[in-house]
Design a protein around this ligand. Sequence first.
Ligand code: ZN
Length: 427
Amino acid sequence: MTLYFKNIRIISPLQEIDNHCNMLINDGVIDYIGTAEPVLTNDVEQIDATNLIACPGMIDMHVHLREPGQEYKETIATGTQAAANGGYTAVVCMPNTLPAVDSVAVLEYITSRTNGNLVDVYTCATITKGRDGKELAPLLSLLEAGAVMFSDDGSCLESAEMMRRAFDYTSEHDALLTQHCEEHTMTRNFAMNEGTVSAELGLKGYPTVAEDVIIARDILLAEYCGNRRYHAAHISTKGAVRIIREAKSRGMRVSCEVTPHHFVLTDEAVRGYNTNAKMNPPLRSMENLEAIIEGLHDGTIDCIATDHAPHAIHEKECEFSNAANGITGLETALGLGLTYLVHTGKLTIGQLIEKMSINPRKVLHLPQVNVKVGERANLTVFDPSEVWNVDLSHSCSKSQNSPFHGVQLTGKPKYSINNGQVFRSRL
Ligand SMILES: [Zn+2]
C-alpha cells in the first residue's frame, strides 16, 4: 500500500500542526511530509488532495457491535466496516452483549476477532456480573485482559453502594468508570423526553432530572472515594452540562461525551411517531440542545461519541412505544459534526478533531496518534466541504435505523488508514 496525497491539509492539534503539504504513505508508515515533490515509483497511487484534510484517526468511544449474541443486528465485522466507512480507525465496544462482557473469556473472544483489523477495537467491560447491579465483575482481571473502561451501559448501575465499591476496588489501578445516567424509577416505560411534545403526543416521558440526579450522585461518589476517574456517557441535558462544568472547575477528574443526534435533533423529531427518533437518552428540547452546544464550545463536553446502536427492521417498524431505542451513528457522525458544529461556527475544525480523535484517547488513557514521518499511519482523511445526501444503501452496517437518511450534509469522510490498511469510504 503506497499512497501519495498531493497538497493535503494536515491538522493535528496536539502537535500544533495545521499545514498544507504533500504526504507519502509507504507500507503503512508515513514516509514523507513536506512541500517538495518526492520521487514516486509507478505503483504509487496519487491522490489530488487539494480539498482534503488528514487528522489523527478518529476514535468512537461508545459503539454497540452486538457480538456476541445479537449478530442479527450487527457483527464485529460489519460494525467495524461501518466505522471505517465513517472515517474511524478505532472504536470502543460496549459490554451489553449476550453474554455481557463480564468475564475475561468474553473480552478475549472480542479481542481475538479484532486483532490486526484496520479498525482498532477496545473493549468496555461491565461493572457488575450480568449487568444486574448485584455483584462486581472481576474488574482487576478484566483490566489486566485489556478493558479500557467499565460500565453497565444499556442501563444504569443504580446501586450507589455498588458504584462506591467499584470506585474503591479499582482505585489502586485508577480505572475509568462510565455510566449510562438514568434513574430508572423515574423513566419506567418511557417513550420520549418528558415535555410539551410528549404531552401532545400522549407518550410517556423521561424527565431530564432523571439523568441529572445520577450524574450528581456519581460525581459525589467519585469525590468521596478520592477523586476517581468518572465519565458520563451520552449526556443530553442542560443539568448534566451544568453539573459536569461545576465538577471540572473544582478539579474533579470527570469527563463526558455527547452523541451527534443530541446536538442536531430535538424531541420535535418524534412528531409523526418516527421510531428512528426514539433513543435512550431521548431527544430533548431546544433549551437542552443549546446547553449541549454551549458545553461543546466551552470544553465542558470532552468527546463526541455516536452510541451506534444497530437494530433489525422488526425492532423499529412497530408501534412507537414498543420500538427499540437507538440509532446507527458511525457513518454520519463526522458529516453531522462538520455541518452542525463547524460550518455553523460553533467549533473550529481543530476543536472537532479534538472531540472525535484526541480527547477520547485522553479520557481513556490511550496513546495519542502522531502525524509525522516514521510513524505508522493512523489517519482519518475527509473532505470538509463536499455536499452529499446520506444514502443508507451505502452503509456498511447490518442495520439501517438512522433518522438521517436523505439528509444533506456538508463534509464527508474519504479514507480511513490504519494498521497498514486503507479503506475508501463508500458513502
Ligand atoms: Zn447507554
